[in-house]
Design a protein around this ligand. Structure first.
Ligand code: C2E
Ligand code: CA
Ligand code: CA
Length: 749
């Protein structure tokens, strides 16, 4: 009978040790230690030939991490596989243990089968002979311990052939900007991430009916499993991604997946992976999609992209890239207020190509950095020319690609270009697309400060195209907001996009950020924008992008208007930002406070403090926005009168009203104070008091009084009919709310 191997169980909890000892008793001998120190002594004593260790992490004296860090450094013990026993989902500790060379994990409560399986695997791996080590190296990826490319190919091929009647899907994925992770955090951290991904991939595949998986190379992984429809594989990928994102880095880990549904199981595996790779390439740089299914036309697209890539350097050297200008206007005065530089490719045979055809390609292959710098330089050359001619130049805004933003030298590059042509930096405006801000807000914030310190003006381009809310404006000091009418048109509810645009413009005004509406195509749009107080416009209705000669003609003899953020007077943005003193008053006050907008008999709730939420709930804020909607019919006019009075007197007023929200009747006492007039709307503060219980007491007292009165009257009456009393009571219950409290107007302050 072969001698059983010995496993060292390290856990301060005796019950856990006993459970493990019992699970392993049929296959192994066990020795136990209460903490790392005791375990080290056992190893040092040499009494036991230890083949594997199961280690708890949290222990007195010497915890699991300390123990691991010692053991992993000692040549003698290094090869003993250490399996960590963790609480389920204890990602942080798992990652830390992986960094200290833990071999595997088992989670509590223990699953005997899994423990034995993992232990056996780990011991086998640790005890391979030299030949086997070589074989292991040939089949397994040494860093992550999962199958390498060769073994993945052969396993996948075997699986596909032996299940030739079933349909499979292959998924290839890699980490976006993995090189940056390595250079920012060091290659050790990069390795840890790869190990972590391998672990998650293995865990995920072990739950699938049939699957092969492996690390193909570098940061590229793949798996192949049964195809059960697009939805099924999509959700597998989404789950895997969210698992991987638990590996906390201050860097957003983005994975790109290419998916190929296998048509012929007998084809070579590398052709499947090529197709998956092509698919992944197709969405690289796409900030919304992170996985995509292969379609045959992708090959064509990639070919076209390759063609563009082959031509781009020559095109730049031969000055095939030219700049068009699209003026921006001050809507009120119709004067030019700047122009956007938009690049065009004047192709010798294809004519003028719009940027949509090549910019996305350049963003993927990195050439955009070169092209943008070329455009910035050209813009400065033109500005120089106009300055030399004694003109007051209209500022030019240039686009700064998302890719440029990753460049730590961006500010220096821009500044050096303006210096080279001796251009005041405030003449070169920078347009950064909205989604770039959400990618890495902290880095952007620092960069914006740096740009401001150098005198550049920064516009947030395409606002409304991404996911950022107006909140982002409170955090990031952009100078100008560009909203594209396109992104907001086509809303399903008629008038909805107008409401959104109006709200954005109003909010921007509060923050004193000028807004440029771009993509203005019709007179109706222009009129609407003017009504809601939008100051600047850009769009085909006013002027299309045009070559330099035409643009020069257009602006000659016109006095430009500079787009500049306002910095005067009281900074209402403080109220929205919830900072400094206002923070204390608004956010910390225990009484519900609201900010209202009032115009033409509509009252909208713009902001509330946390006390408001406490009092009235955290439900759908949208339901609160239209204030009158929730007010009892009989009280709407009273509330409107109260607002009208405060507005008329620019002072204060107060009233009581009955509100019904979520089928709850609530009595509110409102004190209003006029604040200001912004973008055609009056802004008012309101302090709210929930007086429902006071009203209830009043009501009881009233009833009581009425009864006393009645009884007094009845003393003189001969007999009382029961029904008559109850009817009376009913009437009392249904008291007429109209009688209570008429609005009280305070004198203006
Ligand atoms: P963008 O920065 O949002 O530029 C505005 C786009 O809207 C321009 O398209 C402009 O011609 C178009 N446009 C302006 N008014 C109207 C209108 O009323 N109706 C319609 N339908 N479109 C209007 P363009 O020139 O084709 O540029 C497309 C995008 O390519 C730009 O969008 C920008 O993201 C990018 N781009 C252009 N030039 C450069 C550049 O030099 N560098 C970088 N990185 N990107 C550039
Ligand atoms: Ca732009
Ligand atoms: Ca834009």
């Amino acid at each position: 009978m072969p001698v059983s191997k010995t496993i060292l169980l390290i856990d301060d909890n005796a019950v856990n040790r006993k459970i493990l000892a019992r699970i392993l008793s049929s296959d192994y001998n066990t020795v136990e230690a209460e903490n790392g120190k005791e375990a080290l002594n056992i190893l040092k004593s040499g009494h036991h030939q230890i083949s594997g260790i199961i280690l708890d992490l949290v222990m007195p004296e010497m915890n699991g991490f300390e123990f691991l860090s010692i053991v992993s450094k000692v040549q003698e013990y290094k090869n003993i596989p250490v399996i960590i026993s963790t609480a389920n989902g204890d990602e942080k500790n798992e990652i830390r243990a992986l960094k200290l060379s833990a071999w595997d994990f088992v989670s509590k409560p223990y699953n005997p089968k899994i423990i034995k399986f993992r232990l056996k695997n780990a011991i086998e791996r640790s005890q391979l002979s030299a030949f086997e080590q070589l074989k292991y190296l040939a089949e397994f990826d040494t860093l992550t311990g999962i199958y390498n490319r060769t073994r993945f190919y052969s396993l996948t091929h075997e699986m596909l052939i032996s299940n030739y009647k079933r349909k499979f899907v292959i998924v290839r994925f890699d980490i976006n900007r993995f090189k940056l992770i390595n250079s920012f955090y060091g290659s050790d951290e990069g390795d840890n991430l790869l190990k972590y991904i391998a672990k998650k991939l293995r865990e995920m595949c072990s739950t699938l009916e049939l699957a092969s998986y492996g690390r193909i190379e570098g940061d590229v992984f793949a798996f192949c499993t049964l195809y059960k429809g697009h939805n099924s594989i999509s959700s597998t990928i989404e789950n895997l991604t969210s698992e991987i994102k638990h590996f906390k880095l201050s860097f957003d880990i983005v994975l790109t997946y290419g998916i190929y549904v296998i048509e012929d199981n007998y084809d070579p595996v590398d052709t499947f992976l090529d197709k998956a790779a092509l698919t992944a390439k197709h969405i690289k740089g796409d900030y919304v999609k992170f996985y995509e299914f292969y379609t045959p036309d992708m090959s064509l697209k990639i070919e076209k992209e390759q063609l563009i890539t082959n031509m781009m350097n020559d095109a730049l050297n031969n000055e095939q890239f030219i700049i068009y200008f699209q003026p921006k206007y001050n809507l009120a005065t119709n004067s030019p207020a700047g122009a956007e530089a938009l690049v065009r490719w004047k192709h010798p045979t294809k004519g003028i190509l719009p940027p949509g055809e090549f910019i996305p390609v350049f963003e993927r292959n990195g050439f955009i950095t070169k092209l943008d710098q070329y455009v910035w330089e050209k813009a400065c050359q033109y500005l120089r020319k106009w300055l030399d001619a004694g003109l007051v130049p209209v500022p030019i805004s240039v686009n700064v690609s998302r890719v440029d933003i990753c460049n730590p030298n961006l500010v220096d590059i821009l500044f050096n270009i303006t210096k080279k042509y001796n251009i005041p930096t405030n003449l070169l405006h920078l347009e950064l697309t909205e989604s770039a801000y959400t990618d890495n807000p902290l880095a952007i914030k620092l960069m914006l400060k740096n740009l401001h310190d150098h005198g550049f003006l920064v516009m947030m381009d395409d606002f409304g195209s991404g996911y950022s809310s107006l909140n982002i404006l409170k955090e990031l000091p952009v100078d100008v907001l560009k909203i594209d009418m396109h992104f907001l048109s086509g809303a399903e509810i008629p008038g909805r996009s107008e409401t959104i645009i109006a709200a954005i413009i109003r909010m921007a005004k509060w923050l004193k950020i000028p807004v440029i509406a771009e993509g203005v195509e019709t007179k109706e749009q222009a009129d609407f924008l003017s009504q809601i107080g939008c100051e600047y416009v850009q769009g085909y209705y006013f002027a299309k992008p045009m070559p330099i000669e035409k643009y020069e003609e257009l602006i000659s003899n016109k006095k430009p208007e500079f787009i500049e953020p306002e910095h005067d007077g009281f900074d209402i943005s403080q109220i929205l930002r919830c900072d400094v003193h206002i923070e204390k008053i608004f956010c910390k006050t225990t009484q519900p406070i609201c900010i209202y907008e009032y115009s033409n008999d509509t009252i909208e709730l713009i902001r509330v403090n946390s006390a408001f939420h406490k009092e009235f709930g955290f439900g759908d804020m949208q339901a609160f926005v239209d204030v009158l909607k929730n007010v009892h019919n009989d009280y709407r006019q009273r509330l409107l009168d109260c607002f009208a009075y405060a507005v008329k007197t620019r002072g204060s007023s107060e009233c009581e009203f009955l509100q019904n929200y979520a089928n709850n009747n609530v009595w509110i006492k409102l004190k209003l104070k006029y604040f200001s007039f912004i973008a055609n709307r009056h802004i008012l503060f309101g302090i709210l008091l929930n007086i429902t219980s006071i009203k209830e007491i009043d009501e009881e007292i009233d009833k009581y009084k009425t009864n006393i009165l009645k009884n007094n009257q009845n003393i003189n009456k001969p007999a009382v009919n029961d029904n008559a009393v109850s009817k009376n009571e009913e009437e009392n219950n249904n008291y007429d709310v109209k009688d209570i409290n008429t609005p009280k107007m305070l004198s203006p302050s």
